[in-house]
Design a protein around this ligand. Structure first.
Ligand code: PLP
Length: 432
């Protein structure tokens, strides 16, 4: 037959293994989610065959009547979702959305000011090996050494000192909300554009559970696959009609060729889901889950082992665990949690004394578990499992195998949770 199981059993069986991994374990990487089956159906459709260079109604290829309607639906829905006047839904990824937005606003050699990568910023906000660090002159603001939060007076000072053409607000690892109005005031003072990269917290913004950057920023970029729970991809939003034209030509033909209409269809589906009541309820559980986790990891049995929660808590979908005073490092913490089938990632904390491949931090997020249906009780259980795992790790001084006995019991508790919240019950394996 023409099924993937007979054409390519190798790939089919690896996809099934990945489905099994996602079903049997608990996904707590803060930038990941479990997208809807409906989104995956759109992505796995005949739309992947279609070339559609250009924009709806203005294409360079024939046969675009249906993809035009699909892309227009995605545009209209995302504009309504975020209250933005203009949207481009074609960026293949968050990095490409940022690249296109920046190339529309800047020329090579201009100065950008973003959050220090080592303090939670993203690669595309000025890392030296990234396009942003190669094309632009990079300046950075950091978090306060005591509070680990962004101090807006420090941002203002950095802006006055470096006179950037673009200020970037947004992060990949930061547990608090940003003051977009103040960012805009600072940008106006120094004559800079303000770009907010809301990739991480877009799902919270869409449901009104996080302040919206849209009224404040010249441009808002995002991924569509993190808290927003859509397919992997990017978007660019603005309220400025002139800038909107620049962003369109910067995405195509500036940075990309044909748009991925199958992914854009997935985005349209995800934006519809995000506008419905169930999505807000899911984002509320996401936030309660991370608050429950922060509270559990601040308890005496954990803190007495030198483990703490950065900034003392969270306003968003993730918790940053600070291991600087612990015998356990980030790599060991990640491996221990992997051993009980919880997937998270190690992450440098600000002022981290350990090397980048080891780190002194863990970034733990709740969006995927909320999508899986986790309620407060289930989040309390997973929070306790994480706490007990880290405690077992410090007791064994991070030696391989020493914590194995306690880990076996914890792994069973994870399996019970995974069984209680079945993932993709309607999805049939490829069957290789
Ligand atoms: N912007 C932020 C703040 C991110 O955290 C990420 C991804 O981690 C991106 C952009 C890049 O997205 P992508 O991986 O789709 O290129």
């Amino acid at each position: 037959t023409a099924q993937i199981s007979s054409i390519d059993p190798d790939v089919a069986s690896l996809i099934d293994s990945e489905l099994g991994r996602q079903r049997d374990g608990l996904e707590m990487i803060a930038s990941e989610n479990h997208t809807a089956l409906a989104v995956m159906q759109a992505q796995g459709s005949v739309l992947t065959n279609k070339y559609a260079e250009g924009y709806p109604g203005r294409r360079y290829y024939g046969g675009c009547e249906f993809v035009d309607e699909i892309e227009q639906l995605a545009i209209d829905r995302v504009k309504a979702l975020f209250g933005a006047e203009h949207a481009n839904v074609q960026p293949h990824s968050g990095a490409q959305a940022n690249s296109a937005a920046m190339s529309a606003l800047l020329k090579p050699g201009d100065t950008i000011l973003g959050l220090n990568l080592a303090h939670g910023g993203h690669l595309t906000h000025g890392m030296k090996l990234n396009f942003s660090g190669k094309l632009y002159n990079v300046a950075a603001y950091g978090v306060d050494e005591e509070t680990h939060q962004i101090d807006m007076d420090t941002v203002a000072e950095a802006a006055r000192e470096h006179r950037p053409q673009l200020i970037i607000a947004g992060w990949s690892a930061y547990p608090r909300q940003l003051d977009f109005a103040r960012f805009r005031e600072i940008a106006d003072e120094v004559g800079a554009y303000l770009m907010v990269d809301m990739a991480h917290f877009a799902g919270l913004v869409a449901t009104g559970l996080h302040p919206s950057p849209v009224p404040h920023a010249h441009v808002v970029t995002s991924t569509t696959h993190k808290t927003l729970a859509g397919p992997r991809g990017g978007i660019i939003l603005t309220n400025d009609a002139d800038l909107a034209k620049k962003f369109n030509s910067s995405v195509f033909p500036g940075q990309q060729g044909g748009p991925l209409e199958h992914v854009i269809a997935g985005k349209a589906v995800a934006f519809k889901i995000a506008s419905e009541a169930g999505f807000r309820e899911r984002q509320e559980r996401t936030l309660r889950g991370s608050a429950i986790l922060a509270e559990r990891l601040s308890a005496e049995d954990v803190s007495s082992r030198g483990i703490s929660v950065l900034t003392g808590g969270t306003d968003v979908h993730l918790v940053l665990v600070d291991l600087r005073n612990s015998s356990l490092d980030g790599k060991q913490g990640e491996d221990l949690l992997a051993a009980v089938d919880i997937t998270i990632n190690r992450n440098a904390v600000p002022f981290d004394p350990r090397p980048p491949m080891v780190t002194s931090g863990l970034r733990i997020g709740t969006p995927a578990l909320a999508s899986r249906g986790f309620d407060d009780d289930a989040f309390r259980e997973v929070a306790d499992i994480i706490a007990q795992t880290l405690i077992a790790g410090t007791e064994s001084n991070g030696e391989d195998g020493a914590a194995e006995e306690s880990l076996a019991g914890l792994r069973e508790r994870v399996a019970a949770l995974a069984e209680r919240f079945p993932l993709y019950p309607d999805l049939t394996p490829m069957g290789a």
